[in-house]
Design a protein around this ligand. Structure first.
Ligand code: TRP
Ligand code: ZN
Length: 515
């Protein structure tokens, strides 16, 4: 599906997947366990562990130890944690993400063995526990895990499907920071869960590589809390053959010859990012500096085979950034640019600060404007403000489609009202944009009916309220995730109107409403 021009008619889903089972959100409550008096009879010492009551909010429980000599010392009791949940409760993808912790920073140290199409990875995950944890999960699809440590100590691990379960030597207390290091290697696989149109994850022809992960592909190349509700900053340290170039989210911090004909590239992505938006590209790229727009660094990575054409295709980037800043407020990240790969992809993906486009789009020149505008707009809607669950995907695609209509309206083309009206009565849109189903995340209704929903809102509340609404949405939820309920609440607050019926009809009714 070409973005910007989603197909309305869809083929039936080729793969039948089991429906996501209903699942409760993880409960952070601890079960009270009374430890009976344990007496260790020995010549040297008698240790008595006294039962304590755990009401949750008190200071850490204390452990009183009485030796045979009668001296008493009080030390912190070991934490008795519970397992973190194996998902965050996404209604469409129950196994995505994990409970019990919140990641702050990932360091991906990846060596690309281009001759074998294989990766050697060391991923370091700095996180904070949100409950007492006896063990926790990471998402990882494929790859062979060699070792896991938590705070420097070897941890036990177990794998099943996309879940990597880590049991640290000692439980982790709620609120504590902890560092997990996973060492792994292998030829990354691709996955298709969440879309029947894209092959997701680490994509390679054996020599060059890039990633497209939305929604479930990130776990094919690093162990991750793979859900947009847990954003983190990233360091990428990518080692590749010296004749290849590496591009990634954020800005290049250093590039070093590390011997044996390899170069190590370090990129820092300082803005919190959802895992599905990670980009790493390795290959014959030209890195292009394109100045700054209002303090935002513009830089691109074009495959050398199409660099000249891609330069023309991205010419309006600065103009588009300024136009969208008028709509949504200041561009939300440190950098922006386009990664043009040498394969026809038929699509583009809004990887944070570095949108990926296929060769087909890179060669289109000006006729790619609306696609590039669509991906750029995702930096605000989707990237800075990410969906709370994958069911909320219209908050990405409906908004990005609406941005296309606004771009057309503001550059002398037809009004957004007319753009939206082209689709009235289209039977392909008799599918609720607010609940498309886990196999139809990127179907036409999510894009088009999602965009029409915003036009309906605009006509109801008026331009002042509508545009204030869009800016406040970004401002209030930037660097976080937000839900459809949050958006409806904001729209009601901004306009002072009761809008439940409008959103109900536009997002959840089977039939497409009339404008
Ligand atoms: N978000 C993309 C867009 O701009 C569409 C998309 C979803 C995609 N998943 C993808 C593109 C995976 C490439 C690969 O509309
Ligand atoms: Zn999109």
């Amino acid at each position: 599906m070409g973005t910007g021009f989603p197909e309305l008619a869809r083929l039936p889903t080729a793969l039948v997947r089991p429906p996501p089972s209903a699942r409760l959100l993880p409960v952070n409550r601890r079960i009270l366990v009374s430890i009976a008096v344990v007496a260790v009879a020995a010549f040297a010492a008698l240790a008595v562990v006294q039962p304590w009551s755990d009401d949750g909010d008190d200071a850490s429980p204390r452990l009183t130890t009485t030796t045979s000599e009668g001296t008493t010392t009080t030390t912190e009791a070991p934490v008795r944690g519970e397992p973190g949940a194996d998902g965050v409760g996404d209604p469409y993808f129950p196994a995505l993400g994990n409970g019990g912790y919140d990641v702050d920073h990932y360091t991906l140290d990846l060596s690309w063995r281009a001759d074998e199409g294989a990766l050697d990875g060391v991923t370091t995950i700095e996180a904070a526990a949100t409950q007492d944890l006896s063990r926790f999960n990471l998402d990882l699809s494929g790859m062979e895990v060699r070792s896991v440590t938590v705070d420097g100590e070897a941890a036990a691990m177990d794998r099943s499907e996309r879940e990597l379960t880590v049991s640290p030597a000692a439980a982790i207390a709620e609120g504590d920071d902890f560092t997990t290091v996973v060492t792994y290697s292998g030829q990354p696989m691709t996955v298709t869960e969440g879309t029947d149109v894209f092959d997701l994850g680490w994509k390679t022809d054996g020599r060059e590589a890039y990633v497209v992960s939305e929604p479930t592909g990130a776990a094919t190349f690093f162990p991750v809390n793979d859900h947009p509700t847990d954003k983190a900053t990233y360091t990428f340290r990518i080692t590749a053959p010296a004749d290849q170039v590496v591009a990634a989210n954020g800005l290049l911090a250093s590039k070093d010859d590390v011997g044996q004909g390899t170069t190590s590239w370090t990129y820092e992505a300082r803005d919190p990012m959802a895992s599905y938006l990670v980009q790493i590209a390795i290959g014959d790229y030209e890195l292009v500096e394109a100045g700054e727009v209002d303090g935002v660094v513009v830089r691109h990575a074009f495959h050398r085979s199409l660099a000249a054409e891609a330069r023309v295709t991205v010419e309006r980037t600065a103009e588009m950034i300024r136009l969208l800043a008028e709509v949504y407020g200041p561009y939300p990240f440190e950098a922006y640019g386009v990664l043009a790969v040498d394969e026809d992809l038929g699509f583009a993906l809004e990887t944070q600060t570095l949108t990926i486009i296929g060769a087909d789009i890179a060669r289109r020149g000006r006729s790619a404007d609306v696609i590039l505008l669509h991906e750029l707009s995702h930096q605000w809607v989707g990237d800075a403000v990410s969906p709370s669950t994958w069911k909320d995907i219209w908050l990405n695609e409906g908004f990005a489609t609406y941005a296309e209509w606004l771009f057309t309206e503001r550059t002398g083309g037809m009004s957004a009202a007319d753009s939206a009206r082209r689709y009235i009565g289209n039977p392909g849109l008799d599918l609720p944009a607010g609940d498309p189903g886990s196999d139809e995340l990127f179907s036409g209704t999510v894009y088009i009916r999602g965009g029409m929903t915003l036009q309906a809102l605009r006509e109801r509340v008026g331009d002042d309220s509508f545009f204030k609404n869009l800016r406040t949405w970004i401002d209030e939820h930037r660097d976080e995730s937000a839900s459809t309920t949050d958006f409806i609440a904001l729209a009601e607050r901004t306009s002072g109107e009761e809008l439940d019926a409008l959103f109900q009809a536009w997002l959840y009714a089977d039939r497409l409403p009339d404008l």
